[in-house]
Ligand binder design. Structure first.
Ligand code: PMV
Length: 297
């Protein structure tokens, strides 16, 4: 049985599409997949055979990259799907792992590169031009800094922490949100470039805060990142409401995560802890949970 984790983007989403760095964190929840050779390719989610044409196209693209056209795979989701937690990338990486376990004896570094390429072929069917941060995080787990031109590196963490996560409304397709940000960029390129520079600086500082265990500093950077994302019109009234509730419960910082237009909010708990934020969200009707991010060993 192969596994891959879901993710939240701590900071840098959207800007990462334009070559800026982003930090992503693997969450406790993920996807499992089991593969076996078969006469025909087949994909099941639980016991249900997939007939959706896009998903099958993605599956065939992935199998082709791994030179394994005749494979039957069964997938089990342990996480919500379609809310910006990277379920699609986790499915892709879990399937690629399960398929490659059937025959791959390549060294780990080569195998990881092949898995990423196969998983990105899957993602491209849905997102056209994915930055690759979701698949990198699904593959690596833990906390990574990702840049399109450089791939990912693991970030050291000076302290562990909880992250509270709420589903703040039905999400918009990632592709649509990425296109809408591209239109904003077209209208005001210079201003957009200044925003990208600011996000690059704040992501680099967030990596320093993580290393130093400076959660108060990290929280401020998350707030700043959210402000810049809002100016690209990817926030919604539900996202703003969830963020307001988290801050009222002492969150050190809170922001949307992923493509926006709905989907998830993350909050870095303060002294009152994650439970205060989760209770406030649950009372307001938001589906929510927390994930533990451990300190580096
Ligand atoms: O699909 P989501 O909600 O995890 O968003 C992906 C992150 C974006 O930066 C918006 C797009 C990308 O390809 O990196």
């Amino acid at each position: 049985m192969a596994r891959a984790s879901g993710k939240v983007i701590l900071c840098g989403e959207h800007a990462v599409v334009y070559g800026c760095p982003a930090i992503a964190i693997g969450i406790d929840r993920g996807v499992q997949a089991r593969a076996q050779r078969s006469a025909q390719p087949e994909l099941r989610f639980g016991d249900v055979v997939v007939h959706d044409p896009d998903t099958l196209r993605a599956y065939h693209a992935l199998l082709e990259r791994l030179n394994a056209p005749c494979t039957a795979t069964q997938v089990a989701l342990e996480m919500p799907h379609g809310v910006g937690l990277g379920a699609s990338a986790a499915v892709a990486v879990a399937i690629a792992r399960a398929v490659s376990e059937l025959e791959d004896s390549a060294p780990a570094s080569e195998r990881d590169a092949r898995l990423l390429e196969a998983a990105n072929a899957w993602e491209t069917v849905f997102h056209q031009n994915p930055s690759g941060v979701d698949t990198a995080c699904a593959l690596a787990g833990g906390v990574i800094r990702f840049r399109r031109s450089q791939g990912f590196e693991r970030l050291p963490l000076g302290t562990g922490f909880e992250l509270a996560i709420a589903v703040a409304g039905p999400p918009m397709p990632t592709r649509q949100m990425v296109e809408s940000v591209a239109r904003i960029r077209e209208r005001a390129r210079e201003r957009f470039q200044r925003d990208l520079d600011a996000i690059t600086a704040l992501v680099d500082n967030a990596a320093l805060c993580l290393g130093a265990g400076d959660l108060a500093g990290l929280g401020q950077l998350l707030d700043y990142n959210h402000m810049l994302l809002s100016s690209w019109l990817v926030s919604t009234s539900e996202i703003e409401d969830a963020i307001r509730l988290a801050r009222a419960q002492g969150a050190l910082g809170a922001k949307l995560t992923g493509a926006g237009g709905g989907g998830c909010v993350i909050a870095l708990p303060g002294e009152a802890g994650a439970s205060a934020i989760l209770e406030a969200w649950a009372s307001a009707g938001y589906r929510c949970f927390s994930t533990h991010v451990p300190a580096s060993p």
